[in-house]
Design a protein around this ligand. Structure first.
Ligand code: ATP
Length: 333
């Protein structure tokens, strides 16, 4: 069992409160992604779980036991960072073996482990190479393999893909999902990239300013955001938001749910506007539509309109969200 529980934890540095008071349960064997804007406290939480920083108050439980007083090396967790620590002068094999040698694991057992793990992460043909002769993705796999030899029940990853180029990042995301399936261990992954979170997570924990905004599956957080922050953080382009002109209530709709036509439509929400920008992305086109009071981004699968064209925008009632003055979602019957 390697579930993780944060019970009433808080973290302050030099009297600055970074995490006010937070409760979180991370399920055993799940791929959980902590996502949120830069500085919201994701790394702080991860370091607390790893034991690299002691929380100011509250407890950290791993597998049901309070590990607050237990040293990082004894917590059964492995951490993989953005700037992965691999030794340039050692071969891939030596890098992977390093922790095992330190722990006095016998040679035969070491060789067996290194070979099976390098097979899992696709490094078998590269075992005798130096890291400088590997690609960025391969080096990242060496870092993963180094973490894996310790057979941790929890992997903590802090933006491990952010140094890779866009194409490799997409490939490594798929590899990490597969690795998670193979290992069946608990993955806690930190990123500020909502696309990464959406594509990899079983559960997304969305944070802002040290607080959890919403905890849900990617599909749920997208379809049923609890508040304005969740609505606008998840989704590209972000949800359109407009003022209702009464008591601070705002409406919102996703760019793909706005319909454009040259004739007025019979819908709950309609507005007359003009196309102010057009961005053709291949399979879809993103238009910016200026109405009297707002500017909205609309995602269309067809490229039918041009800049400066007069247009009618409509949104089906079922696709409209409402948010109160406190930014919380107002649920309708
Ligand atoms: P990013 O996506 O940019 O990595 P993050 O969400 O991981 O951001 P944290 O690294 O957890 O954010 O930092 C949260 C806040 O805590 C920041 O304002 C940071 O400056 C502060 N902070 C983190 N560690 C320390 C420390 N050891 N001493 C003082 N302040 C710290």
């Amino acid at each position: 069992m390697a579930s993780i529980e944060l019970v009433d934890v808080s973290q302050s540095f030099d009297k600055n409160t970074i995490i006010p008071r937070l409760n979180l349960k991370i399920e055993d064997g799940k791929f959980t992604v902590l996502v949120g804007p830069s500085g919201c406290g994701k790394t702080t939480l991860l370091r607390m779980i790893a034991g690299l920083d002691r929380q100011t108050s509250g407890s950290v439980l791993i597998g049901g036991s309070d590990v607050s007083a237990i040293a990082p090396g004894q917590r059964g967790v492995a951490m993989v960072f953005q700037n992965y620590a691999i030794y340039p002068t050692m071969s891939v094999r030596e890098n992977i073996e390093f922790g095992l040698k330190n722990n006095k694991v016998p040679k035969e057992e070491r060789t067996r482990l290194v070979e099976s793990i390098s097979e899992t992460v696709g490094l078998r043909p590269y075992l005798d190479r130096k890291p400088s002769t590997l690609s960025g993705g391969q080096r990242q796999r060496v870092a993963l393999a180094r973490a894996m030899v310790k057979k941790p029940s929890v992997f903590l990853m802090d933006e491990p893909l952010s140094n890779l180029d866009a194409k490799l990042r997409v490939q490594m995301r798929v590899e990490l999902i597969e690795l998670h399936k193979k290992l069946g261990s608990t993955f806690v992954y930190v990123t500020h990239d909502q696309v990464e979170a959406m594509s990899m997570a079983d559960t997304i924990v969305l944070m802002n300013q040290g607080e959890i905004q919403q905890e849900a599956s990617p599909a749920e957080i997208y379809r049923e955001p609890d508040n304005l922050f969740a609505a606008q953080f998840i989704g590209v382009p972000p949800m359109n938001v407009g003022d209702m002109g009464q008591d601070g209530v705002r409406f919102g709709f996703r760019p793909e749910h706005g319909l454009l036509s040259t004739e007025p439509a019979d819908a709950h929400f309609t507005a007359k506007g003009v196309i102010s920008t057009r961005e053709m992305l291949g399979s879809e086109t993103i238009y910016q539509v200026r109405t009297r009071d707002h500017s909205f981004m609309i995602k269309c699968t067809e490229d039918l309109f041009s800049v400066d064209q007069d247009i009618y925008l409509s949104v089906d009632e079922s696709k409209l969200f409402l948010f109160g003055a406190d930014d919380k979602r107002i649920y309708r019957d």
